[in-house]
Design a protein around this ligand. Structure first.
Ligand code: SF4
Length: 883
């Protein structure tokens, strides 16, 4: 028998509904919830693998103070007394809270209330600053409020969908699949992808515009100018519902004609003209944008340049039309709702006197902060300068995710009190904490999250709290009590917090504020437990709001949407002689943020096993690096090491490095050490997509890999390594500078243990191979030598799943290749079924000409479908070669 629970995925902003089942033996399986409107039963590779990530391996289970296990009482007293002393000595602005879009709305609400309302500091910010703050600032400038007007059905109903700054196929796969299915149904539908890189998302694109990074405003201003001359201009809408049209258009017209825009953006004239023509001709147009737009020193201007084009055509608040910001995190939206950003107060209210007075009265808050605090990067820089002396960090790993991350580490080290609430014991950030508070994680937490289309869904607990882990809201309330504010934090369950949050949203609202969930106030606990997904605003009438601005009313002072005059500017720092390339950072398909959860799942680790540096073939030649070599990427701020991946889809002059790797999974794999800490002056969002860098080859004496049945107590002692989990083994990719003749001695050090030792050394070729077998079971193997002589890892990894090696396998072991007649499946492409690239290539070579045929022949792509764009890419490449 198994118990099932309806809950919500904890990863991206799509917010997919999940049915989780827990059996008596504790295993957890998940499937997509067919009744959830975000995904209608679909899940991507990450969501499908959630059951593999709920073990307690690596969990923080007890409070610690300076590395010593303590009771909750002692830990909470350390936190409270530390904050009390620092506030008394230096004032409330000397303390801070740094949260995360992974937090549930209820936890967020309590943290914001405690710090802004009762401790009295505005220094409450979140890692959501790093992904969507520019969208927030752009929305507020244009609409007077932070609103995503449309919903996911608008994406399906569009006849023209422009995807800009988003690799949707990897970062929001279920939305990508919904769009792909809609395109198959509607043959009129066109998709344009605007992205310097050719990503898997381009598999559904009718037009890909690989613009020069940072030149988006030229492209959108050019479109605004074009629309103002060629139409269509919705004059009745402009007259009745907007303001600022004239100045915005005048500025946009400075961009000049299509050839000028094409020159600025480095795009073919014909493609710019095609985009403009399609936009002009298509009433149902949606522009979906994400981090490629937001993460920029001019991110807010990019957002407004997009919105301007929707306002001039009146394409907003209508089915299949509007700008659509898709958020990265599961609850970036919920954090915005409660005031989790330093420049918000609560419930989408700001720091105007009326809002301050209202919130002060509602909370009965004695020390309500009077103005905004530091935004994320400024916050850590204020720590560095000694202005902030205590910080509580919750559900995030900023020493991997912030730009200039090594400087941020120094900032935290300089802080008098660093409190970290986390579910995991060992992260880059917990390593510098004074106090560690064990938190609940997905499956154990109970509360709500809001997805990119304003839909509030329940995340429900179905696993017991392990060890002494406690909800984040509980820990915050216990500290509030110790600080003398217990009367305002006497919640016993998250439904009471949600109720207060809903009541605040409706308090003295009367339709004047966008965020209003008054219709959900007063829920009984059983109603909250049974709460179905709801799309805000849900005002007192209890109705959901799938789409806003249908009546042309906006939340600005005069009710009109604002055109924003946007001047095209280059990003903050340009490439130069010392740093001739532009670094772009982002996500891979199967990992999430800093890998603290996805790194546990073998099937999610199989697709991309190590950090990589993707670059154009011409740049590889110029830098003297070859595909598969290691390379170092350097900026003024730091350096990162990754495996070179030469790819024609990468724009010349740009390199891409994924954001996920941390010190637990690789040596110098933290790309944000390299990233420029400059931020957008309005949104405070950092420039993750445009850091000038240099690239150089790394030529170690030897390369290798190590597969071990058991995780070692320490990482290998060699110059470079990257670690990934396999189904029954741990995999290390290695490189070192020892001379080849020292390899046997080094191997004995790396492959320590007892058992039968098989080895093969070829000193002439500088290669060494060894395996360790006991009772017929493979315990470990090590291959060292020149990179090109190393075998693939898939077959060897599979041997760890066997109770006993067969004779032929034992014989073939040190060759690293399967016995005659078998093929190594190669790098994993389909993580659900573990299907490798070699298998898929063979299937295509045998005649499968479509992804569906590949699926039916070898299963690849037959579950979540996240790998289907990659399979399509393999088919296209192989067809090109044979054409
Ligand atoms: Fe989770 Fe994938 Fe859905 Fe995003 S698309 S919410 S990661 S299942």
């Amino acid at each position: 028998m198994s118990e099932t629970t309806r809950t919500t995925c904890p990863y991206c902003g799509v917010g997919c509904g999940i049915i989780a089942s827990r059996t008596a033996n504790g295993t957890v399986t998940v499937k997509g919830d067919p009744g959830h409107p975000a995904n209608h039963g679909r899940l991507c590779s990450k969501g499908s693998a959630l059951g593999d990530t709920v073990d307690l391996d690596g969990r923080l289970l007890y409070p610690e103070v300076r590395g010593e296990r303590v009771s909750w009482d002692q830990a909470l007293e350390t936190v409270a007394s530390g904050f009390r002393r620092i506030v008394a000595e230096h004032g409330p602005q000397a303390v801070a809270f740094y949260g995360s879009g992974q937090m549930l709305t209820e936890d967020y609400y309590v943290s914001n209330k405690l710090f802004k309302g009762f401790i009295g500091t505005g220094n409450v910010d979140t890692n959501s600053r790093l992904c969507m703050a520019s969208a927030v600032a752009g929305h507020k400038r244009a609409f007077g409020s932070d609103i995503v007007p449309g919903n996911y059905e608008d994406l399906e109903q569009a006849d023209l969908l422009i995807i800009t700054g988003s690799n949707l196929a990897w970062c929001h796969p279920v939305i990508y699949q919904r769009i792909k299915a809609a395109k198959a149904r509607n043959r009129q539908m066109r998709v344009v992808v605007i992205d310097p890189r050719r990503t898997d998302t381009c598999e559904i694109a009718d037009l890909h515009l690989p613009l020069a990074p940072g030149t988006d405003v030229w492209l959108w201003n050019g479109l605004l100018a074009h629309l103002s001359k060629e139409g269509p201009v919705d004059y009745p809408f402009l007259d009745a519902h907007t303001e600022g049209f004239g100045s915005a258009v005048m500025e946009a017209r400075k961009q000049g004609s299509v050839p000028h825009v094409a020159a600025q953006t480095d795009l073919p004239d014909v493609d710019v003209a095609r985009l403009y023509r399609w936009f002009s001709q298509t009433e149902r147009t949606v522009t979906l944008f994400s981090q490629g737009v937001n993460q920029s020193s001019v991110g807010t201007d990019k957002v407004n340049a997009i919105i301007n084009c929707h306002l001039i055509t009146g394409r907003i608040g209508k089915p299949g039309a509007g700008p659509f910001s898709i958020t990265g995190q599961p609850n970036a939206m919920g954090g915005r709702e409660v005031g989790g950003l330093a420049n918000q107060l609560a419930a989408h209210m700001g720091f105007e006197e009326g809002d301050l007075d209202r919130v002060r009265r509602f909370w009965d808050a004695p020390n309500l902060v009077f103005g905004p605090g530091h935004k994320a990067v400024d916050l850590f820089q204020a720590m560095h300068h000694g202005q902030i002396k205590a910080v509580w960090i919750m559900a995030t790993n900023p020493l991997v995710s912030l730009p200039d991350a090594d400087a941020m580490r120094e900032a935290l080290r300089g802080c008098e009190l660093v409190v970290v609430s986390d579910a995991m014991r060992s992260t880059d950030t917990t390593a510098v904490a004074d106090v560690l508070l064990p938190a609940l994680t997905w499956g154990e937490k109970d509360g709500t999250v809001t997805n990119s289309e304003r839909r509030i869904s329940r995340q429900r607990a179905f696993l017991p709290a392990p060890g002494e882990a406690r909800p984040d809201w509980w820990a915050l309330c216990r500290v509030a009590e110790r600080l003398g504010f217990g009367h305002a934090f006497d919640y016993e369950h998250p439904w009471q917090i949600f109720d207060e949050h809903a009541r605040l949203s409706a308090f003295e609202n009367d339709g004047s504020r966008d965020f209003d969930i008054g219709g959900l106030a007063g829920l009984k606990r059983q109603d909250y437990d049974a709460l179905q997904p709801r799309q805000w605003p849900v005002r007192i009438d209890g109705e959901d709001t799938p789409r806003l601005f249908e009546d042309g009313h906006f939340f600005t002072a005069n009710g009109r949407a604002q055109f924003v005059m946007v001047e095209a500017q280059a990003p903050a720092n340009s490439p130069c002689v010392d740093y001739p390339l532009v670094l772009n950072t982002g996500r891979v398909r199967d990992h999430w943020h800093t890998m603290t959860r996805t790194g546990k799942a073998a099937r999610l680790s199989a697709h991309t096993v190590e950090p990589f540096v993707q670059l154009h073939p011409a740049d590889a030649v110029a830098a003297g690096v070859a595909n598969g070599e290691l390379a170092r990427v350097r900026s003024r701020w730091g350096e990162v090491i990754g495996r070179v991946s030469v790819d024609r889809g990468q724009r010349q002059g740009n390199v891409f490095v994924p954001m996920h790797w941390n010190d637990q999974y690789a040596v110098r794999g933290r790309v944000d050490v390299v990233v420029n800490p400059v931020t957008d002056p309005l949104s405070g969002e950092p420039e993750f997509k445009h850091t000038p860098v240099a690239l150089e080859p790394l030529r170690p004496q030897w390369h290798g890999f190590l597969l071990l049945r058991e995780a070692p107590a320490e990482h290998p002692d060699c110059a470079w390594w990257a670690m990934a989990r396999g189904p029954a083994f741990i995999r290390y990719e290695l490189a070192g500078d020892e001379s080849p003749c020292d390899l046997p001695a080094l191997a004995k050090k790396l492959l320590r243990g007892q058992g039968e030792w098989l080895e093969f050394a070829d000193s002439a070729r500088g290669s060494y191979r060894a395996a360790w077998v006991r009772g017929g079971r493979l315990l470990g193997c090590l291959f060292m030598g020149r990179r090109e002589t190393l075998p693939e890892r898939n077959w060897l990894g599979g041997l760890f799943g066997k109770a006993e090696l067969e004779q032929a396998e034992r014989m073939a072991l040190l060759s690293g290749r399967p016995p005659k007649g078998e093929m190594d499946a190669g790098r994993t492409v389909c993580s659900c079924f573990g299907v490798g690239e070699n298998t898929i290539r063979q299937t295509i070579a045998n005649g499968a000409g479509t992804p569906e045929q590949v699926t039916s022949a070898c299963q690849a792509g037959g579950n979540c479908g996240s790998c289907l764009p990659e399979i399509q890419g393999l088919i296209s490449t192989m067809n090109q070669r044979t054409a």
